[in-house]
Design a protein around this ligand. Structure first.
Ligand SMILES: Cc1ncc(COP(=O)(O)O)c(C=O)c1O
Length: 366
């Protein structure tokens, strides 16, 4: 049989072998301690901070999508900080793209820099130079929210241990470990779980020692996922390919709609042939993800647009079945114009979504 397609892979990812009378996906295992006699290290389950069967099921599932070992954490940020804090020491150097997720930048600048780590933040064109002589290279592609696209293979070849924050694409659309990255980190809060109802994150690596280091870090710091969240995320994984298919189609349709209007500026969506990231994205991604960004010229118009849209929820996340958007500048921390909108396409019917976005834009035309 040829390589299974993405839907086939996610439908059964991480499920145990069929057993008479047992469910397809076993329910969440809620336990702090487990019954334990004798050598605790010989037992598969001893105490949930050391490991939990529901986590392992989900880790097997997401790991199978990247052909890697995956280590699950309580959130994307817990996963990101696990890589940073296990990899860097006083005197280490990290190069990061300056458009990467703002909390990752803040973690590096406010928590690592004062502890003696040199943090080099670089704009897209300067990232390769900043990476020279660095110990760790952190890149997020496509980046949130500005959708810069980095050439993973070229940058990973430049020397430092390379980490790709794969949150905006996820493992079905982009496989950075195949392109030379040592780690991927993914916030499973977004597409992977897909219903805007939980936080989770994970790190994937093909190096068993690195994976063990991350599990030890999780055990010792207690950045633990809840079994119920892990189970919900595993349950939702089966529909990932279907959800992405619809959401990516919707994102493309919205990108085309806004790009064709004369009252919308700065449209970014890597699928658009004239997007600066198009060529690299086409080479290294299997799809262009669900986020579109654009500028409505002023904070005031952006807020009116969000209030006028009926099918687009004003909220700060992406990757859900619900379309969402926000005026990103309301947070500070990202270098974006005041009227900048990050739009995350959900799974609504395309015609309905387009009609809604169009009426919201028309009703707020200056
Ligand atoms: C690119 C990226 N990385 C990491 C994170 C952090 O994930 P979490 O909110 O699950 O901690 C986010 C959250 O929005 C993100 O967009």
């Amino acid at each position: 049989m040829s390589e299974p397609g993405p839907s086939t892979r996610v439908v059964r990812a991480g499920l145990p072998e069929p057993q008479q009378g047992e469910p397809f996906l076993p329910g969440p295992v809620f336990a702090a301690p487990f019954h334990l006699t004798g050598d605790p290290y010989a037992a598969e389950n001893a105490y949930t901070r050391y490991g939990n069967p529901t986590w392992r099921g989900y880790e097997d599932a997401v790991g199978s999508l990247e052909d890697a070992e995956s280590v699950l954490f309580a959130s994307g940020m817990a996963a990101a900080s696990a890589i940073l804090l296990t990899s860097l020491r006083p005197g280490s150097v990290i190069a990061m793209d300056d458009g990467c997720y703002h909390a990752v930048r803040r973690l590096a600048q406010e928590h690592l820099e004062p502890r003696g780590v040199e943090v080099r933040l670089a704009p897209p064109a300067g990232l390769a130079a900043a990476a020279e002589g660095a110990d760790l290279l952190w890149l997020e592609t496509p980046s949130n929210p500005t959708l810069e696209v980095y050439d993973i293979a070229v940058l990973a070849e430049s020397g430092p241990v390379t980490v790709v924050d794969n949150t905006t694409a996820g493992p079905l659309l982009q496989r950075p470990l195949d392109l030379g990255a040592a780690y991927t980190i993914t916030s499973a809060t977004k597409h992977l779980s897909g219903h805007a109802d939980l936080l989770l994150g994970y790190v994937s690596t093909r190096d068993p020692e690195r994976a063990q280091e991350l599990r030890d870090w999780r055990r010792d710091t207690g950045a633990l996922p809840g079994p119920f969240e892990a189970w919900l995320a595993h349950r939702s994984l089966a529909t990932l390919a279907l959800r992405l298919e619809r959401s990516c189609d919707n994102a493309m349709a919205v990108a085309r709609l806004v790009a064709a209007r004369d009252d919308v500026e700065g449209v970014r969506y890597p699928s658009l042939p004239d997007d600066p990231g198009h060529e690299v994205a086409r080479r290294q991604m299997a799809g262009y993800s669900t986020i579109v960004s654009f500028d409505l010229g002023s904070a005031e118009r952006a807020e009116r647009f969000l209030a006028a849209a009926r099918l687009v929820t004003d909220a700060t996340s992406f990757g859900s079945v619900h379309s969402m958007a926000e005026r990103r500048g309301r947070w500070g921390g990202d270098s974006v114009p005041e009227g900048f909108i990050r739009f995350s396409a959900g799974c609504e019917d395309t015609a309905d979504l387009l009609a809604d976005v169009e009426q919201a834009l028309d009703s707020t035309r200056n």
